[in-house]
Design a binder for this molecule. Sequence first.
Ligand code: ZN
Length: 60
Amino acid sequence: MTTIGRAQSMSVAARHVAFSVPGAPEQVDEFTCCSCLLAQHRSQLTRQAGAMGYGTECES
Ligand SMILES: [Zn+2]
């Protein structure tokens, strides 16, 4: 019973991570690319666009 409960809570946590990844960077030193909608590191930021920006790979 305890083992099943632990496995269920782990799968819930994994699902939460999968949902929170696209377009919602939690790290302060990350931004969301307007073009590919992926969280990228600030060192990749080429152009700021409000709360979002464009990465080096998408702004060329
Ligand atoms: Zn991009």
